[in-house]
Ligand binder design. Structure first.
Ligand SMILES: *Cc1c(COP(=O)(O)O)cnc(C)c1O
Length: 368
């Protein structure tokens, strides 16, 4: 069987280095807010090309705390509107509503699955304050256009880079485009810890300082609390693991790009619509997502051929029980995408024969 993602196999590549890194932490006697985190933050900031990286407990916190910090800094206020793609993962929306901001769901562009163009313009109101582009499936959104739009309308930009570590456009990586960016290091992400972890990247000194306090009980100085903060810290063990894996991220991204290219070249089936790769390097291929108007049949066929697939995502945020206030929205493209998308196996360790097996299984599919 070709697994959707062989996480055990991915991490097995670095087994000894991971054990050594964890051993160092165990032996150090220091487990939270220490040297490993400091080093990882510096290394990941450098990797992304920004001044600051602030480690937090997960990707959702990275997004939520950034919006909260902007409120504390007086840059946005409760009730402000946040433009966000309607087809994103629920976490992006949760970060907005947790801060009592208003999500304005914007239909994506059909080719890229990402925010952009006329849809943004139509969604703009006098209450719009923030854009949250999501680099969905690993493809960097059209950030030159989004940043120009934000500048013209005086909007803050918070990238959701949880799926796009290392994706780049015009030599600028995910995490360095917006005023700030949230990352997740959930184990299955392109840069994955061995548990939960996340980070914010930014070049804004004031924001970075506020976030450093917020994640640690609102405190800059021990036992002195400036804000009603939270406990959202990135453990030393996870930081040590991430430092090991960051060294191989570019290599893994290249492997993902090789897998994607072979799928793009090899899959030829009118019932399967292939994703658009964008320009070189723009897509970090967190997921390889095809579309089909007979997705259930296709998924069943692939399963019978021993190819494991998943759906990202079966239900859009505005159709979730958690958001009855969004339930009346009509977002036809988003709804269609959720019926049609199917994610093929994507894993930097996929063998040539597994890739070919997936291609053959796709090409042998016939609509009933
Ligand atoms: C994974 C993910 C998140 C949340 O990250 P966690 O670390 O799981 O909290 C946010 N946004 C997107 C687009 C994601 O894929």
């Amino acid at each position: 069987m070709v697994k959707f993602l062989d996480l055990q196999g991915v991490n097995a590549q670095y087994r000894q280095a991971l054990i050594d890194a964890c051993t160092d932490v165990i032996d150090s006697g220091w487990y939270i807010m220490g040297e490993q985190l400091k080093h990882f933050e510096a290394e990941f900031a450098r990797y992304c090309g920004v001044k600051h990286c602030i480690g937090v407990a997960n990707g959702l916190d990275a997004l939520t705390l950034t919006l909260r910090a902007w409120k504390l800094l007086g840059r946005i206020a409760e009730g402000d509107e946040v433009l966000v793609p309607a087809n994103t993962y629920i976490a992006t929306i949760l970060a907005i509503t947790e801060n009592k901001l208003v999500p304005v769901l914007v239909e994506p562009e059909e080719g890229s699955f990402n925010l952009g163009g006329n849809n943004l313009r139509e969604a703009l109101t006098s209450r719009s304050r923030v854009i949250m582009p999501v680099h969905l499936y690993g493809r960097l959104a059209d950030m030159p256009a989004i940043m120009a739009f934000a500048k013209a309308h005086d909007l803050l930009v918070l990238e959701d880079s949880a799926q796009a570590h290392g994706a780049e456009l015009n030599e600028c990586r995910a995490g360095a485009w917006g005023d700030a960016s949230g990352f997740s290091f959930y184990p299955g992400k392109n840069l994955g810890a061995l548990g939960d972890a996340g980070a914010i990247t930014t070049s804004d000194d004031a924001l970075a300082e506020t976030l450093r306090a917020l994640r640690n009980y609102g405190s800059h100085v021990k036992y002195m609390n400036m804000y009603q903060g939270v406990n959202s810290r990135l453990d030393e063990l996870q930081a040590a693991v991430l430092r090991v894996k960051l060294q191989f991220l570019d290599e893994e991204t290249k492997m993902r790009q090789v897998v994607a290219k072979q799928y793009l070249d090899g899959i030829r089936n009118p019932a399967i619509q292939l994703p658009e790769p964008g320009v070189d390097g723009q897509h970090a291929w967190h997921l390889f997502v095809v579309r089909s108007d007979c997705r259930e049949q296709l998924q069943q066929h692939l399963s019978q051929q021993g190819v494991q697939t998943l759906v990202h995502y079966p239900v859009p945020p505005h159709r979730q029980q958690a958001y009855p206030q969004l339930g009346n929205l009509s977002l036809p493209l988003t709804e269609l995408l959720h019926e049609q998308v199917l994610s093929l196996p994507m894993d930097p360790t996929l063998s040539a024969s597994s890739i070919q097996h997936v291609i053959d299984a796709c090409n042998s599919f016939q609509r009933l």
